[in-house]
Design a protein. Structure first.
Length: 103
């Protein structure tokens, strides 16, 4: 059984006992989150597609940790002008463990 759900504008394909990294959520570590924006639900070949969401479907997840992503370097350069600039950033992420997918 898997589901495709919408979390903060991004779509994720999730299954039970799977860990995913999403944008930082405001819940504390160890707490539980329910997502109602289930776009597609597959139960061993029985596929339900929502318009836009599947009625009554929920995904329950547990917040494992708040972390930061890998460092991304941004390098800008204009040739023959002597201009080069390097900056970077790290995304703030939340690790979720999918506990249950209910219909």
């Amino acid at each position: 059984m898997y589901a495709i759900l919408d979390i903060d504008g991004q779509q994720f394909k999730v299954a039970e006992n799977q860990n995913i990294f999403v944008h930082r959520q405001k819940e504390e570590e160890g707490s539980s989150i329910e997502f109602d924006d289930v776009l597609l639900l597959d139960n061993e070949g029985d596929i339900k597609v929502g318009t836009p969401t599947v009625e009554g479907a929920k995904v329950t997840a547990k917040v494992v940790a708040h972390t930061r992503g890998k460092k991304v370097k941004v390098f800008k350069k204009k040739r023959r002008k002597g201009y080069q600039k390097e900056t970077g950033h790290r995304d703030h992420l939340t690790q979720l463990q999918i506990e249950a997918i209910t219909t």
